[in-house]
Design a protein around this ligand. Structure first.
Ligand code: PEP
Ligand code: MN
Length: 581
């Protein structure tokens, strides 16, 4: 069994986090509490523990400098970031009352996170403790009803304390980002080029005009998304500044290396702390790994027919399947996801109303076209970048990641900065330059099947994207041209099991464009679920009669809840049929 070291004693947040983290992964780990964060680093170097956990930042209190500094000083290797919800409780011995409290103990950062609540108890003095576990233990041992500790509920249980108050942080969404580290370089779990890796660096610049901007421009120029930038004066080097920066991407990627080379030229010192897996907060994460279902066939042993043209897309190259994390959802992770939103973004009110309606009932992503491929050159062509901005705004307002179509190579970089998933429309499935361009950005791509494309051609198109280094491609069956005219297209649901066998990439179904008629979308969405798709993408409008584009196939926003529930039930029914067959 491996050992994981943390600062504090049993019941401290890091201890609770380590148990939850490794418990969820079924990796047996023994936790080891130590007096300081430095002791954690030293325990790793001495081989007394395999893992160590260090806090990096908190959503209320900001950066924990020591976490970054220890990783740099002892050359620790980051493995994964773990985002943990800080569930602060005010704990005291049974019989204590809020009014009777005279002293409240907690880790200084925890006191900072609960500043507003503490201000409501002027008679109680806030006293910093070494860690939350110790604060709880001391309160229990003192048996004094005038003292309380702020600690996680697990500490209350461990030390027999009662809860006087809950949800006491300044904001209910209170998360701390921890870094799991090892002393030796861990084996990389996710391939470079994946958006699910993050890199932390420290760099210094001389106090000269434009140097920081040059460093940032180097990252921006490579399409690298910065998630943290913090400056502080460099101790002992007056007027030199040091910056902590985190960004999406892996140092093994050529584009990241090239950008860092440029940063190196503009700064006096650059330390790459390492690249690591990123994680959604434990309480917001879609379940992993995938639930095996009867509709997920075992991977075939030999290469599928035609696979010489698409070796990277072929299932044997990744037998476990590709899982694409977008926001809190995982596409291809065994859950059935619903992506919903208007065909095109028409106005702020329209996209916001739609976003709210679909988020309320379980959609995990918001779609919305801003550049529209229209058959008629005189028809509405989309709002362009204004539409992209409105979509991004609606995404931020609802917390939904966004999907939008890119129609040309010159739109790719800017679109990748504004939306979470790039859509390649059916009409562009064989626009090879566009496929290559989306292969070079760190954004998942939803590739729609061309109107008259075979599955072999769809997989070869996906291969263009994969071969440029972007491993995050989801395929989308959206109906093909046949002799049938009763439906807008013919939704080829047989594509799902065939693709499932041939490729490891997630498979979505778009019943809206597949049939083009609102009332037939629901049965086909249910069928998509039953046939084993990883999710659906559907068009939704607050007022379909007034939609500028694709109104007849838009689901009504106020009826979306009912549609979603219906599809969900189909899942259960389908599950029964399959398991008893
Ligand atoms: C769309 O999703 O709005 C769209 C234009 O889709 P497709 O490329 O499948 O026609
Ligand atoms: Mn449409």
């Amino acid at each position: 069994m491996s050992t994981a070291a943390y600062q504090g004693i049993e019941g401290a947040y890091s201890d609770v986090l380590l148990r939850a983290h490794f418990g969820a992964r079924s990796e047996p780990v023994e936790t080891m509490g130590l007096p300081t964060f430095r002791d954690v680093a030293l325990a790793l170097l001495a081989g007394r523990a395999r893992y160590g956990v260090l806090p990096l930042e908190n959503t209320i209190a900001g950066t924990f400098r020591e976490g970054y500094d220890l990783v740099a000083q002892y050359d620790l290797q980051p493995v994964r970031e773990v985002i943990f919800r800080m569930d602060h409780r005010l704990l005291a011995v049974p019989g204590a009352t809020l009014a009777g409290l005279r002293r409240i103990e907690a880790h200084p950062i925890v006191l900072e996170e609960c500043g507003k609540f503490l201000a409501t108890l002027p008679a109680a003095r806030a006293v910093p403790a070494i860690d939350t576990g110790m604060a709880a233990r001391d309160v229990a041992e003192a048996k004094d009803p005038t003292v309380a500790a702020i600690a996680p509920p697990q500490a209350g249980e461990r030390y027999g304390l009662s809860e006087l108050a809950a949800t006491i942080a300044d904001h209910p969404d209170n998360y701390t980002r921890f870094l799991l580290v090892e002393a030796v370089r861990p084996e990389q779990r996710t391939p470079p080029g994946s958006a699910s890796r993050r890199t932390s660096v420290l760099f210094s610049t001389a106090h000269e005009h434009g140097l920081l901007a040059r460093c940032l421009a180097a990252l921006a120029g490579a399409g690298i998304n910065l998630s943290k930038l913090e400056s502080r004066p460099k101790p002992g080097r007056t007027w030199e500044y040091m910056f902590y920066a985190d960004f999406e991407g892996d140092v093994a990627e050529p584009r990241v290396q090239a950008a860092l080379d440029e940063v190196r030229r503009a700064c006096t010192e650059l330390r790459v702390l390492g690249s690591y897996d990123v994680d959604a907060p434990e309480d917001k994460r879609a379940p992993l790994p995938p639930r095996p279902t009867a509709s997920t066939p075992p991977p075939p042993l030999s290469l599928p027919p035609g696979a010489k043209n698409w070796p990277k897309a072929a299932r044997p190259s990744k037998p476990a399947g590709t899982q694409i994390r977008v926001g809190g959802a995982v596409v291809g992770g065994g859950e059935f996801v619903i992506i919903a939103g208007p065909c095109s973004v028409e106005s702020r009110a329209q996209v916001l109303a739609t976003a709210e309606a679909v988020r309320a009932r379980g959609a995990v992503m918001l779609r919305g076209g801003a550049f529209k491929p229209r058959t008629n050159p005189y028809a509405f062509q989309g709002l362009g970048w204004e539409g992209v901005d409105l979509l991004a705004e609606a995404g931020r307002a609802t917390g939904l990641p966004t999907v939008s179509e890119v129609m040309s190579v010159d739109q790719v970089e800017r679109m990748a900065r504004s939306v979470d998933v790039l859509q390649i429309g059916a009409r562009n499935m064989q626009n090879f330059d566009l496929l290559k361009a989306v292969g070079r950005v760190l954004r998942p791509v939803m590739l729609k099947r061309g109107l008259s494309a075979t599955l072999d051609e769809l997989l070869a198109a996906a291969e263009y994207i994969l071969s440029e280094g972007n491993p995050e491609v989801m395929l989308c069956e959206r109906g093909i041209r046949t002799f049938e005219t009763a439906t807008r297209n013919t939704l080829d649901l047989s594509a799902v099991p065939v693709l499932r066998e041939r490729t490891h990439l997630p498979i979505l179904v778009d019943p809206s464009h597949g049939v083009g008629v609102r009332r037939w979308i629901r049965p086909l969405a249910r069928a998509a679920k039953a046939v084993g798709a990883d999710g659906i993408i559907v068009e939704v409008h607050p007022n379909p009669e007034e939609a500028i584009c694709d109104g007849p196939q838009a689901l009504r926003a106020d009826e979306f809840a009912e549609y979603a529930a219906n599809v969900e039930r189909a899942a259960e029914i389908a599950g029964k049929v399959f398991t008893h067959a």
